[in-house]
Design a protein around this ligand. Structure first.
Ligand code: AMP
Ligand code: ZN
Ligand code: ZN
Length: 421
């Protein structure tokens, strides 16, 4: 029945914005506060590279930065991929610690995880090593609503956000904004105090046409128009200036010329390993009957445009390799290159002209951070900081105790109004 409800819900969402899935609230009703004193809205513009703001195509974002706080950039966690970093932002844990170590994973118990496999994505067991901020907020009596966020459609520790929507990429940026405004229009007792909003057009344009394309610029304009619609809606409700807003991205985007291919099938015969992922970060596990140590020894030697390591020898600055879901052998392409094979090319004929997942210290992988609202100082620019720091900041803004995490308070302390410390 629940499944059927969700299915109908998905179909409705495709047609309108009015459909939300709400967890039964009776269990929590007696302890609930009406809402957090100052609501917090976390906005992600997927793959908005730190320097895109300088193109002059994001006037609304620029105004938010001018009247609030902007970081010169924010460093993604490794690997600079969507699912790992979105979950880092809401848990404060590096991917190696929260377990979403890639967009494509293999787990001996759970099997395969990949974007588009909604059964895996919605299975809370994949996400259980982290506690997303919506779960903690909920435990403190704050209602939560997610207008998409990786993990929000999964039953994590038996919890969903109070309001959430099954992922549907067809929902336009404006429709997503309207849904957030509709949640803010709910009566006080039902209104969320923590909300997310997710945009992915900039990511799609970056992959399909590259970061320097006119299509990318059009996506920047489109997303900014949606943000302008949001700010207008908040002003009309007397909420702008009374809500804390974070606008972040998960990672940047690098141009990948069409012919920058590293042919992995020339180096590792496909039938001798289990291939978990290809692309920017390739991962391989041993296959019974084949000498994996020999394959590793050959792969760990220098290669053009790529470095490979056994997971125990990944450079420590990546903070990556201890999680059982990280494949035994990792190969990371140099920025601007892709690891592929003839077999993969036969399936995925469309070649990405932009990509991410690379070394998280590379300038092209750096992400966006802008904060605006009553808790924040106005008109300041702060030094780069790692994205694990966003979680303790959000816990502070919501007045909830953070779960143990990899972040620190230092970097974000000087962006807060003194009264908010
Ligand atoms: P990637 O660029 O490969 O790291 O993945 C980004 C893509 O993941 C987006 O462009 C979306 O198509 C997809 N995506 C984002 N959020 C979700 C979600 N919550 N559930 C399923 N797919 C998502
Ligand atoms: Zn992304
Ligand atoms: Zn992407």
């Amino acid at each position: 029945m629940k499944f059927l409800f969700r299915l109908v819900c998905c179909l409705l969402v495709a047609l309108s914005t009015g459909c939300v899935t709400e967890r039964a609230t009776g269990l929590h009703a007696p302890q609930r506060a009406t809402s957090a004193p100052t609501p917090l809205l976390l906005i992600s513009i997927d793959a908005y590279r730190a320097d895109y703001i300088q193109r002059g195509l994001s006037p609304t974002l620029q105004r938010l930065a001018d009247q609030g706080v902007r970081a010169q950039s924010m460093q993604p966690s490794f690997p600079s991929l969507t699912f790992p970093n979105h979950y880092t932002i809401v848990t404060g844990l590096r991917p190696d610690h929260h377990g979403i170590v890639n967009n494509r994973m293999y787990d001996p118990t759970l099997g395969k995880f990949a974007l588009g496999h909604s059964t895996a994505i919605d299975d809370g067991r994949w996400w259980a090593a982290g506690t997303p901020i919506w779960e903690t907020a909920d435990a403190h009596g704050i209602r939560t609503a997610t207008m998409f966020w990786p993990g929000s459609s999964a039953d994590i520790h038996g919890h969903h956000p109070d309001y959430w929507i099954p992922y549907n990429g067809k929902l336009t940026a404006m429709q997503r904004v309207d849904q957030v405004l509709a949640w803010l229009d709910l009566p006080a007792a039902e209104r969320p105090g923590f909300l997310t909003l997710y945009f992915d057009r900039v990511d799609h344009a970056g992959h399909d046409f590259g970061p320097d394309s006119p299509q990318l610029d059009a996506a920047l304009r489109n997303t900014d128009a949606a943000l302008s619609h949001l700010i207008r809606g908040l002003r009309q409700r007397g909420l702008f200036g009374r809500i804390n807003i974070l606008v972040i991205s998960d990672h940047g985007m690098a141009s990948v010329p069409r012919d920058h291919n590293i042919w992995i099938d020339k180096l590792i015969p496909a039938d001798r390993v289990q291939t978990v992922s290809l692309g920017v970060l390739a991962g391989f596990n041993p296959k019974p009957g084949h000498d994996f140590a020999k394959i590793e020894a050959a792969m760990e030697k220098p290669h053009r445009h790529m470095r490979c390591w056994d997971k125990s020898r990944v450079p420590t600055r990546f903070g990556y390799g201890k999680n059982p879901r990280v494949p035994q052998l990792l190969c990371l392409a140099d920025v601007g290159w892709r690891i592929t094979s003839q077999a993969r090319l036969a399936v995925h004929r469309k070649v990405s002209l932009g990509d991410h997942g690379y070394d998280n210290a590379d300038p092209r992988m750096q992400a966006l951070f802008i904060a605006h609202g009553p808790a924040f100082r106005r008109g300041i620019v702060v030094k780069p900081f790692p994205n694990v720091d966003v979680y303790p900041l959000m816990a502070h803004l919501l007045g909830v105790s953070p779960m143990p995490n990899d972040g620190s308070d230092e970097a974000v302390e000087n962006m807060l109004e003194p009264a908010s410390h």
